[in-house]
Design a protein around this ligand. Sequence first.
Ligand SMILES: [Zn+2]
Ligand SMILES: [Zn+2]
Length: 352
Amino acid sequence: MRVANTTAPRTIEFVERPLPAVQRGTALVRVEHVTLCGTDFHIWEGEYLNPFPIVQGHEIVGTVASIHSDHPAFQIGSRVAVSPVRTCGKCHACSVGRSNVCRDVSVLGCYEDGAFAEFIAVPISALHSVPDTVPSTLAPLSEPASIALQAVQRGRPQAGELALVIGCGPIGLIATLALREAGVDVVAADTVLSRTDTAREFGAASTVVIDVSAPFPTGSEIASAIGDSERPVTLIIEATGSPAAFIGAVEIAAPTARVVAVGISDREVTIPMRAIPLKELDILGSRNSLNLIDEGLRLIERNPEHFAALVTHRFAFEEIEQALSVMRTDPAAVRKVLISFEGVNVSHGHSG
Ligand SMILES: [Zn+2]
Ligand SMILES: [Zn+2]
C-alpha cells in the first residue's frame, strides 16, 4: 500500500509498505477521505510534540476491507469513521470514565502512524458506522465535530442563556452550531470579519470583530451585540489559544459563568485570582472527546450544508504536500482541507 510518510518538517515521502496485519479484535480500513486541521499543519511545520518520521492523518473515513471479529455492526464494505484516540484503560482518568484525558493518551496521526495511507488497521472499538445519509466527503468532519461537542458539553449549556464563542475556525463554528441547537444565543468573535460572517451562517445571533490592538470587548459590549447590554454572558468557549482571548473571557464572564478552554497554547496568561472566587467561575478544560464521534456524525446528518461549507479545499492523496502548503499560503481562506484517496475528479456518492 502507498503511505505518505512525514520524515522531517515540510518533507513527505511516498513509500510502499505491506498491508498491516489484522489481529483479533481489529479491522483493516481502506481510507477514503481524510480532512486536515491545524494540528496537521503544526506537525508538518515541525512545531508539534510528535516524533519523526510519522504518518499523519487523524480525521478519517473509510470502508472496512477486512475484519477479525464477529461484531454485528461491521461487515466488509461498511462505511466507518475512525476514532484516532488511543487510551490505556488503566489509569485514573480511564478508571473514572474520562479516557479522553488518559495519562498515556495517544492520537493516530499525531503521536503514532495515522491515515495518510491507503489502509489503516484499528481496533473495532475505534469504528463508528457512518449513517447512509452522511456523504463520505463529510464523515471525517465527525472528528473535529467531536472536539467541538466535547467543549460544548463541558460548558453545560442551558437553553436561553447567552454564550460567547471566541474563534470562528472550524471548532468555533461547529460549537456555535451545536449551541444553537441547544437553544443558546451565541455571539461569535474573531479577529477576521469574513470569519465572523461565516459564524452567522452557523447560527450566531450576532458577531464581534476583535481588534487585537484595542482592549478586549467588555461583557456589556458583547451583550449589546444582540441588543441587550444587561444580559449576562454565562458561557464562553475559548477556541483560539490566544492568551488575550482567555484573559478577556475571564474578565467578561458573568457570575456563575463557565469558561471552557479548548484552544491550546504554551503561552502564559496572567489573570487576577479574585475573578474566579468572586464570580464563582467554572474554568473548564476540554481535550479530545469522550466518545462523541457518533454524536458528531448525527450533527453532520442534521446540518449537511453547514459541514459542506466547512470544506474549502480538496486535493488528491498524491497532492498532500500541496494541501498542507495551502494552509500556510492562504490561511484566511482555509477552513477544512479534504484529502481524497481516489482522485479529486471522481464523484464519491454515499453508498448503501
Ligand atoms: Zn484535527
Ligand atoms: Zn488511561
